[in-house]
Design a protein around this ligand. Structure first.
Ligand SMILES: NC(=O)c1ccc[n+]([C@@H]2O[C@H](COP(=O)([O-])OP(=O)(O)OC[C@H]3O[C@@H](n4cnc5c(N)ncnc54)[C@H](OP(=O)(O)O)[C@@H]3O)[C@@H](O)[C@H]2O)c1
Length: 340
């Protein structure tokens, strides 16, 4: 077993944290644990919130990032599910293997609070908290799935029951939004993509969007969504903006439609008057990533439909801080990956 590992850790900085790269002793798996050589990790908007201290206290020295993929390099004595060489990804909520979510699972979310994440070339993971990654994906591609893709999957498929002929609205061209677009397209639904960039709108059309709206030059994008849908509105919405976008999402929603409340781009503030939701028999579901069982079902779907995650840029571990800066700049289309 390897004696040492390279790892990124968060140290306090200017009221938030910054990344420090160090070498330390490689962990050893317990009887029901697996040692995984992480080959790639990816960043989510949440990782910026963790870095800035916006999700509450973070243990000094925490290993950030929830999303990674790699290969099994050693197994504990009682491990039955995995063998050395298997290609795997850890699940976001280490203890949410299957069944309904429980609040007690929250603190075990990778890469936040007191729970180490995957920005290390060797990590130990309980055998039940791993899934096999889809055939045909590279480690970089598979590393984008555990949070971003699974959130879109739970929102659209598990909870939203999106079907052919439905119309999805997504906000922006980041990770969750583009996975939403790809999953919806594979299901035969049409997707309207909001973006602040005309260049990204063109890329979204190439990826399968049915229509796009520039939310900067068309701030009343709800009016445009209704116009595009002959006055009916979108049947499904991935609400990523939060307080500043929620009213317009409500006004963009078709009768009987489904809003997946997911994001906090504009903050954690209070939400709108929900009377319109009542008047149109609409539904809001709060979405928090997904379970290992959801992850496995999604992977089968991605394999069947040959869906490839959209990677914008890949950074070396030595440049991991630059990967955070790139995410904060908002220039990306899809995912930002760190190669370990
Ligand atoms: N509840 C959950 O389980 C869960 C899971 C994952 C993510 N999230 C949340 O979902 C959101 C998306 O996460 P992500 O990792 O996919 O983000 P991301 O990849 O960083 O997405 C960034 C992109 O979103 C767009 N955007 C930013 N502000 C916007 C606004 N006010 N209105 C519309 N679009 C805006 C921009 O796209 P353009 O450049 O095209 O304008 C930006 O480039 C975040 O708030 C995150 O915290 C929640």
């Amino acid at each position: 077993m390897p004696a040492s590992r390279r790892v990124g850790r968060l140290i306090p900085h200017n009221g938030g944290h910054r990344l420090q790269l160090v070498e330390d002793t490689a962990p050893r798996p317990g009887p029901r644990e697996v040692l995984v050589q992480i080959e790639a990790a990816s960043l989510n908007y949440r990782d910026l919130l963790v870095l800035r201290g916006q999700l509450g206290p973070v243990r000094e020295g925490l290993i950030p990032l929830s999303d990674g993929a790699g290969r099994v390099v050693a197994t504990g004595a009682d491990v039955t599910r995995w063998r050395v060489g298997d290609w795997v990804a850890p699940i976001f909520y280490r203890r949410w293997i299957a069944g309904p979510f429980r609040e007690a699972y929250g603190p075990a979310a990778l890469g936040g609070g007191d729970t180490d994440g995957v920005l290390a070339d060797l990590v130990v993971v309980p055998e039940a908290s791993l899934v096999r990654i889809p055939d045909g994906l590279s480690f970089e591609e598979a590393a984008t799935l555990p949070c971003a893709a699974l959130t879109a999957w739970q929102a659209l498929v598990v909870r939203g029951r999106l079907a052919a002929g439905d119309t999805l609205l997504v906000q922006g061209t980041g990770g969750v939004a583009l996975f939403g677009l790809q999953i919806a397209t594979a299901l035969g639904a049409r997707t309207i993509v909001l973006s602040s960039s005309d260049e990204k709108r063109a890329r979204a059309m190439k990826l399968g969007a049915w229509a796009t709206v520039n939310y900067k030059t068309t701030p009343e994008w709800d009016v445009e969504v209704r116009r595009l849908t002959d006055g009916l509105g979108a049947t499904h919405i991935l609400e990523l903006g939060g307080p500043d976008t929620f009213d317009r999402s409500l006004r963009s929603l078709a009768a009987g439609g489904h809003i997946a409340q997911i994001g906090v781009f504009t903050g954690f503030g209070p939400h709108s008057n929900l009377i319109r939701l009542q008047m149109i028999n609409g539904t809001i579901d709060g979405i928090n990533v997904g379970s290992g069982e959801h992850f496995e079902a999604m992977n089968a779907f991605l394999e069947t439909h040959g869906i490839k995650p959209v990677i914008d840029k890949t950074f070396a571990l030595a440049d991991a801080q630059a990967a955070f800066d790139e995410l904060a700049g908002g220039r990306h289309f899809g995912k930002i990956v760190v190669r370990l």
